[in-house]
Design a protein around this ligand. Structure first.
Ligand code: DGY
Length: 332
């Protein structure tokens, strides 16, 4: 008798680089709609599954784990961030959780720099000006943006992605690199001359602030009215990490009042932005729909790792990118 194929729920169609391997070895229920499964559908489909491949749009909490039942062994998140998953609860239940770091570092860093350039040089605003038929002549005082060469970058979270952004800014524009992080990054200090500073000192000095923190209770709302007020009124703020790291109404207000020059957001709170959100009215803000990892290599790499994690977890093996390796001790 052939061995029974493990039951898994895959919360969206992901690139074939990973999906094909899952389909080849599992009894896989793949949600093929563009929009995420509604909560009741997710709970129903998770029932009896040994593995779940989730996206950042799926909340994987105790309720979901209860709905899945005792069979659930692994949750493989198709993302490097895992704030959508109750890790403590998963660990308590011996459920392995995996994520997809590394493969999206360059693409995400590129997006941070793209947003900096785009809002710093008022690209979208200027393009709308042309498309709207307002371009009548060359204007000595029109569409003036910010300079980049020799400026100061403030990197909040100098991990993989943050230090890749720093490397681009140092190498491309000779920026001075300040960073705020709970950990010291000696490699970046040596390579880029990065200087670790307090959060407030970074806000005071940076011409460009880029956020690369995990979202958790200690970082949620870090960029609030006081933080934006503290920044230079010529500063550019970029968030490619998670929307709730900034308090969105405070950001909109700071942009409206000119407390900061501009913002480039790959992530918002909530996602998607509801129609009529104040950010959408502001000429000095660009919002893109959480696409920093949207390149062929990144998304294929994420699919491969997510499949590896899922299949390893189903076999009861260590995950290649394991968020809660302490599960091994608790189940050993
Ligand atoms: C992640 O991986 O956490 C991104 O936000 C989506 O690629």
């Amino acid at each position: 008798m052939p061995a029974e194929r493990p039951r898994v729920f895959v919360a969206r169609e992901i690139p074939a680089a990973g999906l094909d391997r899952i389909l080849a070895t599992c009894d896989a229920d793949v949600w093929r709609e563009d929009l995420p499964p509604p909560r009741d559908e997710l709970l129903a489909r998770a029932a009896g599954c040994q593995g779940i491949l989730s996206l950042l749009t799926e909340t994987i909490d105790a309720e979901l784990m209860d709905a899945a039942g005792d069979a659930l062994r692994v949750v493989s998140n198709y993302a490097v961030g895992f704030n959508n998953i109750d890790i403590q609860e998963a660990t308590r239940r011996g459920i392995r959780v995996g994520n997809t770091p590394g493969v999206l570092t360059d693409a995400t860093a590129d997006m941070a720099v793209t947003l900096l350039l785009a809002v710093g040089r008022r690209l979208v605003e200027a393009n709308r000006f042309v498309m709207g038929g307002q371009w009548q002549t060359w204007q000595p005082l029109g569409h003036i943006g910010v300079d980049l060469v020799d400026k100061t970058a403030g990197i909040v979270g100098l991990g993989r992605i943050g230090s890749t952004v720093a490397r681009r800014l140092r190498g491309g524009w000779n920026m001075r690199i300040l960073y705020f992080d709970q950990y010291r990054n000696e490699a970046a200090e040596q390579e880029l001359g990065a200087e670790q500073v307090e959060f407030e000192a970074l806000l005071d000095q940076a011409d460009f602030v880029s956020v690369h923190l995990n979202l958790d209770d200690s970082t949620s709302g870090l960029f609030d009215a006081a933080a934006f007020r503290r920044m230079k009124n010529t500063a550019v703020f970029v968030n490619t990490a998670r929307g709730p790291l900034h308090v969105q109404r405070d950001l909109a207000e700071a942009l409206r009042r000119g407390e900061i020059f501009a913002a480039g957001l790959d992530v918002t709170d909530p996602e998607p932005l509801p129609p009529g959100d104040p950010l959408l009215e502001l000429p000095n803000c660009i919002v893109v729909p959480h696409i920093a990892s949207a390149t062929v290599q990144s998304r294929n790499g994420m699919a491969e790792i997510a499949a590896d994690n899922l299949l390893a977890g189903l076999r009861g093996e260590p995950l290649c990118c394991w968020v809660n390796p302490e599960v091994e001790q608790s189940t050993a």
